[in-house]
Structures are given as C-alpha cells and as structure tokens.
Design a protein around this ligand. Sequence first.
Ligand code: SAH
Length: 563
Amino acid sequence: MKDASSDPGHPVPLITAWNVESQVHLIVGANPLAAARCAKSLEAGALPIVIAPDTGDMHFALSEHIATGAVQWVRRDFQDGDLTSLGREEVDRVVDTVFVTLGGNHPLSPHISKLCRRLRIPVNVSDAPELCSFTLLSTYSDGPLHIGITTSGRGCKLASRLRREISAFLPPNLGTAIDRLGAVRRRLWEEDNTAGLGGEVFDAEDDDATGQKHTFNTLVTESDVAAAKTRRMRWLSQICEYWPLRKLVSISDADIDAILKAYSSGKDNAKGAMGSEMLSQKGKIVLAGSGPGHPDLLTRATYNAIHNADIILADKLVPAPVLDLIPRRTEVHIARKFPGNADQAQEEFLQMGLAALRNGRQVLRLKQGDPYLYGRGAEEFDFFRKEGYPPVVLPGITSAMSASLFADIPATHRGVSDQVLVCTGTGRKGAAPEPPTYVPTQTVVFLMALHRLSALVESLTTFPAEDSTPHSRTLWPKDTPCAIVERASCPDQRVIRTTLEHVCLAFEAAGSRPPGLLVLGASCHVLHNPQDQRWVIEEGFHGLDELHGEAEAATEAVGESTR
Ligand code: SAH
C-alpha cells in the first residue's frame, strides 16, 4: 500500500462510521440532492429538517417524507439562528450536522460553512469540497457490513463504479455470515470469561488492522497448553483470516455448534475442528484447462476456480505465470511427471484429490491447454464421478489451435485449407501412431511429436522399405509447408517456418524448446512464406502486451470523456 503520509497533495481523511441515531440533520435546499441527503439521514436513523421556502418545486420524494412526518420542513430561507435553535435539547439545541445542497456558487453556501465551522458543526456543501468539513462516501451495505469509497471529491461517478466493482467480488450473504461469526465470537468470549479463562479484553474492534495479537499467526496445536485458554477464540480468528470468503459464507449454525462442542468437551480432540473436516460442506472438484501459457489466456471461470480452491493439483506443464496467480496460502502440488513415472504421478494425484474431497475441500485439478485434449481429462472425470464427486469441467484454450494462431497460421483459409486435424505424434506406451493421409486442403497439428520429429516426417513422406502391401494412404509431398511452434504465447515463443523437406535439419540446428508442436499444410505459408529460404526462425511473443497498452489507453480515453 502507498504510504499516504509521503504524499502532501493528498492528505488522508479520517474515515469513521458515525452513529447518528436521533441526531438532527439540517438540510438546506429542496432539490433532488436534498432528497437524496434526507433519504441517507433517515436510513441512518437521524431526524432531518429541511429548510427551504415554499416555491412549489420541492422534490416529490421530499414532499412524501414531509407528508408522512418523517421529515420536518421549515418553510423559509435559512437564518443563522437555525444552527443553534433547531437541534436537540440535550445538546443545547445546536444541530448535529448540516448539509447545504445549493452548490458552491450560492452566496449562502460559504456563509453557512463558515458559521458551522465556528460552531464546530460538521458541514457538507454540495460541489464545493473546500467548504466541506466532511464528505459522504459511496457506500455498499450488507447487514452489518458497510464499505465506503471516496475519491476525495475528484469523481463521484468513479467512486460509485469502484463501489460496484468491489462489491461484485464479495459473495452473497456475507452480511449474514458476519452476524453469525460475530455472535459466536461474543459467545466464546463470554463462556471463556465465565469459566475464568478470559484474560484478554473483549474488544469489538480487535479484528481490525490494529488489534491483531503477535501470536496470531502461530498455528494452534493440541500440545500447546499455553494456548488452551484462548484456543477457540484463536480458531475463530484464524478462520476469519484464512478461509476463502466463499467458504466462510457457507458456514452454518450446525457447523459452528459441532466445532464448539468439540472444543468444550474437555477432551483435547478439537484438532479436527481446526480444519474443515467437521464441516457439513461436501468436497467439490473442478477440472480446468489453464490455456497454452500466457495467464491472460485463462478463462474467467478458471481464474475464479484458482481463487476459490483450497488445494490445487497442477500438471507439470501448467506455466509459471499461471501458477503465480494462485493465492499465497492455497496448497499447491505440481505433478511429479517424468519419463516412466507418468502413471504413478497420475495415480498419486487422483488419490490426493480424493482425500481432499473426503475432507470437504474444494479441489482444483489444473491442466495445461484444454483438459479434454490429450490431457487424460475424461479418465479423471470418470474416476472422481465413480467416487461420488463428479467434477465441474472448464475448458481451456488448447495449444493445438492457439499455437498456430500465435504463429500467424490460419487453421482454415478460403481456397487453401478447409479442414483441421489434431493428432498426436506419440501413441500409447510410446508406439508410433499411424500417420494421417495426405489431404491437400487440410491443416494438421501434431502434439507431443517433436521428440520423434524425424521418424514422424519419415513416416509422412515415405513408406517403410520392407512394406510391400498396397497402401491405403497417400504420402505428403516434401515441399508441403510446415512450422514448428514452441512455447506458444510465452515470452520465449519460437516459430520455425519451413517445409517437410527441411524441418528436421532446421529443428536440429535450432535445438528444442519444449513444449512445442508441428503444424503441417499449405495454410502455414498463407501469411508468411519463407520463399527461397530453407527455413525462417522467429523469436518472441508480444501480442498480448501490446493489447494491454491499448486497453489501458482506451480506459484512460473513456475516463477523460466522462470527466
Ligand atoms: N491439453 C493440452 C495438450 C497436452 S499434450 C492442450 O490442450 O494444449 C502436451 C503437448 O501440447 C505438448 O507436447 C505440445 O505438443 C503441446 N503444447 C502444449 N503447450 C504448448 C505451447 N505453449 N506451445 C506449443 N505446444 C504446446
């Protein structure tokens, strides 16, 4: 966070939440803004008094409040004496707060502002920050939760947009959950105190930034006798601090009762209650694709799943920038896949996922590209479904289609290619799969093929010498365009454009940079043709960065035009 004290142009306001119940709010004016101020005051339990002459153009909402008696109307212009005569008796009739809705240019505005400051009455003047001793926040409320935003008078539209965006991040029912957890907190404190276990003063504010104890981050353990007294309280603090909000809002009274019983049973068996084992919440699993590499290529659904997961089981190929998005406290495991260990690694992950699900946890199985394209996704789906946990499956942008795109190769192109074939260069148990037959208008994408590129090219362009049987497939001409695309969408993306004739030599000369794939077909030379060069190598990937720059510029332009 920025250190505000180092920014003299922006002094930090003291943001507070006032209890204004039964206080007198003087509202000068009867326009729509005055109506909005009245509504806010009423909402907060204050008693608004409107001062405005009877000119017949009072806002209808104000008229209604006046008709019902909720708002008092003084039918004349403001008089200085109003500030010290219309207030509550207990404060010598000085009004509690003043809202002037006439705007900064009205001669009364600076006058009232000055009087109020002299009398130490908080005053707000519309559209005149310099005349205000306080400003109102754009607020979001859900039960006991209130979030306020201020741009210090720089842009109230922007403040309300920020409020909307921030509140959209919050799960529904957060207010109810706060009420529930607040009640538990009080109950724990009272029970501990009755039992003589207290010692820490109950402070309604102590979960705000300043009140955290230095022992807060120490995990509670069974053997920790010193911690026993305040263990339940610390359990509560820990779930408030660490649990994903989505999980916090789903906690039920029954869950809380079960946890508290475990703590008060006297036996030290409450350890299980620390985690989620005792929650009635059933484990859930999401099986999601993380795209080819660049984190901007995640779907929003997968991005949300990353943020909601308790435990993430990621494939080895899931790119580092995607793993960087995982919240710091989320448990992450990367598959220990290496040649010869693939099946064991897969089994280990399935069992880990299952154990987490049985403990009521939210599991994310994160795969590279798309989970159902050479990702063993359906096998995993079937496994978890049989165990009673059918996964939610989220698609990912597959490298098969996006790598060619990022290499400027259109998978189809009018008059050149009218079909696409995605296949693997490696069969089951490492065997060579049957090569596809030559189709002049086809684009073929070979995944998992580069480690045996020369054998693949050989099988595409020639029949085995010993094979004398009639052939059901046609060979690919050696001058068919092709491209190797490696680490597509990553900063070190590399494209080698060539033909079947030279691809092996080119790849050998360049050296491999996994993961990579081979794209084959006339479409490879639609947008870039190496002409008389045997091959061309292109390094780097910048497409999305440029987009970022433009997006920011566009946002700024919109900002300017609404100011
Ligand atoms: N499910 C993945 C594919 C898994 S198979 C998907 O939909 O993309 C793994 C193969 O994908 C690799 O051998 C490689 O051929 C290809 N691959 C994965 N990421 C790639 C990338 N960023 N660039 C090029 N090829 C990639």
